[in-house]
Design a protein around this ligand. Structure first.
Ligand code: TRP
Length: 446
């Protein structure tokens, strides 16, 4: 067996790492545009309810299994399963989780690569490299490939360094920077003409839509993706938490940070879109909805920054730095899942595992870049809409129906000796046993 397992050195370190995983393109890009196209604050309310009522219990399931088993998802799920058949199922679920998260990383790296390219664009313009600027902002296989490789390289370098010197160290630097940049951008954008219109689109609820199945399905998918659930990411981070930590509390803090930053991002993106509208940029698509897909980030917002005069260059720099940081703290959490498996299950050295797995995922990513049109949407849909909900469902089943209840309680009690009488223990077991699996299935079959 390789070197001893890593552990986060402090509560702050864990919080930054786990919220860094949770806060990503899903929060800054996905959440605001989902809200805008689903009745503004009606979506926000549905999201808040689902995130606390469904995603938080599922997050806790992963954190508790992880810290109990102190291992990767495959080993951990096997450890909590007693019977022959449940152990086989554990192997399968853990393994599908590893494949799923690797595929998620393969498309995430492509989008993150765009963010880096758009970060370099204002730099190129500052030094009057116009042709470089055009190259950076024009969609092309060569550009996309180069930035995928660059992004994966940085991800691998951080993961190679381990839990404390890689994940924790970088998350603790990057997450506070992210929050500061986000707040500064919000303050600036809110002073511009048109911003209030955007705030209204975001915050005035259209309650007639809150019962629409599409809205609920979107809100739940968003909550699961945003909290990085179902694929063993939070499980592996949970496995690095000290036994002295109070799990329900820090899990709650992670959920709060994730939701809080998503809500904040809405205060940036929607006002920015309406400022763009006021400046003559088209923000509606052919059907009259707000542009939400890649067009939002790679055309609407850059067009807005271009209308801002010389300050626009700095706003663009800040914005794409924000996106790059958000991507990176998420991508490291994805790569850690297969790497930990390689280290613990196959006895690989961490440094080698990071390079081997990182290279495989980079190759998959490049294949998706080359055959973008058929593959990209397929990989996104399969991983986030099929695989992730089913895995989330399986995790709930493992915790509530297969794992011995007393073991769970003993695990929670470490770091929270009073847990048995607390609210969490009164509500959560029932939730993961009945409500979560049922809700996931209902939404899934919608
Ligand atoms: N939660 C991140 C976001 O909102 C993405 C992410 C990180 C993720 N790890 C994950 C998504 C694992 C699914 C599974 O962008």
């Amino acid at each position: 067996m390789a070197a001893p397992r890593g552990e986060f050195s402090s509560r702050f370190g864990f919080l930054m790492a786990a919220s860094g995983s949770a806060v990503g393109l899903g929060n800054i890009w996905g959440f605001p545009t989902n809200a805008a196209s689903n009745g503004g604050a009606a979506f926000l309310i549905a999201y808040l309810i689902l995130a606390f009522a469904l995603a938080y219990p599922a997050l806790m399931a992963e954190l508790i299994i992880g810290r109990y088993a102190r291992s990767n998802a495959v080993t951990a799920l096997r450890k909590i399963s007693a019977g022959e058949r449940s152990r086989a199922a554990a192997m399968l679920v853990g393994f599908i989780g590893i494949i799923t998260v690797s595929l998620i990383l393969s498309f995430y790296a492509i989008v993150s690569g765009w963010m880096i390219a758009f970060f370099f664009d204002p730099l190129a313009r500052i030094i009057n490299f116009d042709s470089a600027s055009r190259w950076l902002t024009t969609d092309a296989v060569l550009r996309n490939s180069i930035f995928v490789v660059l992004f994966m390289l940085v991800t691998v370098i951080i993961i190679r360094a381990g839990v404390k010197d890689g994940i924790e160290k970088w998350a603790s630097r990057l997450m506070p920077s992210l929050i500061i940049i986000l707040i500064l951008l919000i303050i600036y954008v809110l002073t511009l003409p048109g911003a209030m219109e955007g705030l209204r689109a975001y915050l005035v609820p259209d309650f007639s839509r809150i019962v629409e199945p599409a809205l609920v399905v979107d809100a739940m998918g968003q909550a699961f993706f945003s909290l990085s659930l179902g694929v063993g990411t939070m499980l592996i981070y949970g496995s690095y938490i000290s036994k002295e930590e109070n799990l329900p509390t820090i899990g709650g803090l992670v959920a709060l940070l994730d939701i809080g930053i998503a809500v904040l991002a809405g205060l940036l993106i929607l006002p920015a879109m309406y400022v763009a509208l006021a400046n003559g940029v088209e923000i509606f698509d052919a059907e009259g909805g707000l542009i939400a897909g890649p067009g939002l980030i790679v055309s609407v917002l850059p067009a807005l920054f271009n209308t801002m005069g010389s300050i626009g260059v700095f706003v663009a720099l800040a914005f794409f730095l924000l996106m790059t940081i958000a991507s990176l703290t998420s991508s490291i959490s994805m790569l850690e899942v297969p790497v930990a498996y390689g280290v613990e299950h196959h006895g690989l050295e961490r440094k080698n595992a990071a390079i081997i797995v990182g290279s495989i995922i980079t190759i998959i990513s490049l294949i998706v870049v080359f055959y973008f049109d058929p593959l990209f949407d397929m990989v996104v849909t399969f991983t986030t809409e099929v695989s992730q909900p089913l895995l989330g469902f399986s995790f709930c089943i493992f915790v509530a129906w297969i794992w011995r209840r007393n073991d769970i309680l003993q695990e929670i009690k470490q770091g929270s000796p009073e847990a048995e009488n607390g609210l969490f223990w009164k509500v959560w077991p029932f939730y993961v046993k009945y409500i979560c699996p049922l809700a996931i299935l209902v939404v899934y079959f919608q």
